[in-house]
Design a protein around this ligand. Structure first.
Ligand code: MG
Length: 378
């Protein structure tokens, strides 16, 4: 087995490499944006054959640094695409965050790779293209996101039995229980302090707004072929039940484990085999499992995301782009936390996009980004 990792220097990418090291899995190709110090260490440690670096200046620097090796460095989007379809790799982990994951994921599918899907924006924006494409090329998609991995695991052995409902759990993030008034005063460092999961900055902010759960509802809809109304979001503060499936006979099958991404990443790499994992045992003694309805009025991003999916077409692509831009503005201290939902809502109202195919998705994404950036205060 050989793996390509898109986004190897991010949180999921680093943990994927940890799993590959522990299980002696070959890594042939990796890609990153700008972090060439880490990319160089990873490239040498795993003796990869190809590194994609998005930023062209950084790519040139890394090429010089690796001139004592046979490792090839390719810059820009082409780098990501070549990593995605690298001939020797049979599995591609899409660990980069954001819409930038779309075209490399398409390339991996067209090359017939098994996809370990960690980039949720791909399905959010283009699920209507990606799922039929994967079917056509016989590319298997194994979810890496902990909730979707849980649902995937709950469906093992279900033999096509109809899903009545997906119970999608959410930790509630760092601002659980806060009022809308209080949310206006929270800071970037508050938002980046997640109670249970250690993740990248973008997804951690999405987790605080509950947008992450909205994106996951859309992702689940595409992955498991259900309607958004059949997906129930439950706040589960303990992050032990990673999600569950309710069947026609009222049976609910859940997957439980400690909240470590290492575990769903490993499952995606070794599926259908389960491999020993020392140090990640779950002990249920003394634990309480609680479930509550989310506060949809205060955390508006959840329903904004779901509404965009129900509106259909390119609305989710517009919604996702508005959110990516708003989160980026928030991380630059240019807007407040509570502005994120307003920006997403205003963009959905202002930007209309239509058309078929990947080009239309990319155009909708660009139009929404344009709208947000033009309206952003300097
Ligand atoms: Mg998740």
């Amino acid at each position: 087995m050989s793996v390509s990792i898109l986004g190897s220097t991010g949180s999921i990418g680093r943990q994927t490499l940890e799993v590959c090291r522990d299980l002696n899995i070959t890594v042939d190709a990796i890609s990153a944006n700008k972090n060439i110090d880490l990319a160089e260490r990873q490239a040498r440690l795993f003796n990869v054959k190809l590194v994609g670096i998005y930023d062209s200046i950084c790519a040139q620097k890394l090429r010089e640094r690796l001139s004592d090796t046979d490792i090839e460095v390719i810059e820009g989007e082409k780098g990501n695409i070549e990593v995605a379809r690298f001939a020797a790799s049979d599995t591609v982990i899409t660990a980069m965050s954001g819409m930038i994951g779309l075209l490399p994921t398409v390339a991996a599918i067209e090359a017939g790779k098994r996809i370990g899907l960690a980039n949720k924006e791909t399905l959010v924006c283009a699920g209507h293209i990606i799922m039929p494409l994967a079917k056509r090329y016989g590319a298997q998609i194994i979810p890496v996101d902990s909730e979707h991995s849980a649902i995937f695991q709950c469906l093992n052995g279900a033999d096509g039995n109809k899903i009545r409902k997906i119970l999608l759990t959410a930790s509630g993030g760092p601002f659980y229980g806060m009022t809308a008034e209080k949310l206006k005063t929270v800071t970037k460092s508050d938002a980046l302090r997640h109670p249970n999961w250690s993740m990248g900055a973008k997804i951690t902010v999405d987790s605080a707004t509950l947008m992450n759960k909205g994106l996951e509802v859309i992702e689940a809809k595409w992955l498991f072929g259900v309607e958004t109304e059949d997906i129930e979001v439950l706040i589960h503060r303990e992050s032990i039940v990673h999600s569950a499936v309710e069947f026609e006979d009222n049976s609910v099958i859940a997957q439980l484990g400690v909240p470590r991404m290492y575990l769903p990443i490993k499952y995606a790499l070794t599926y259908p085999v389960r491999v020993h994992s020392g140090g990640h045992e779950l002990s249920l003694f003394g634990k309480k499992l609680t479930f509550e309805k989310p506060d949809r009025k205060t955390f508006r991003c959840l329903d904004l995301a779901i509404a965009s999916s129900e509106a259909g077409g390119l609305c989710p692509a517009v919604m996702n782009a508005a959110n990516e831009c708003a989160v980026s503005l928030f991380l630059q201290d240019r807007i407040g936390f509570a502005d994120i939902a307003d920006i997403v809502e205003n963009t959905l109202n202002a930007v209309s996009a239509s058309g078929d195919g990947l080009d239309a998705v990319i155009a909708a994404d660009a139009a929404a980004r344009d709208y947000v950036n033009k309206n952003a205060k300097e």
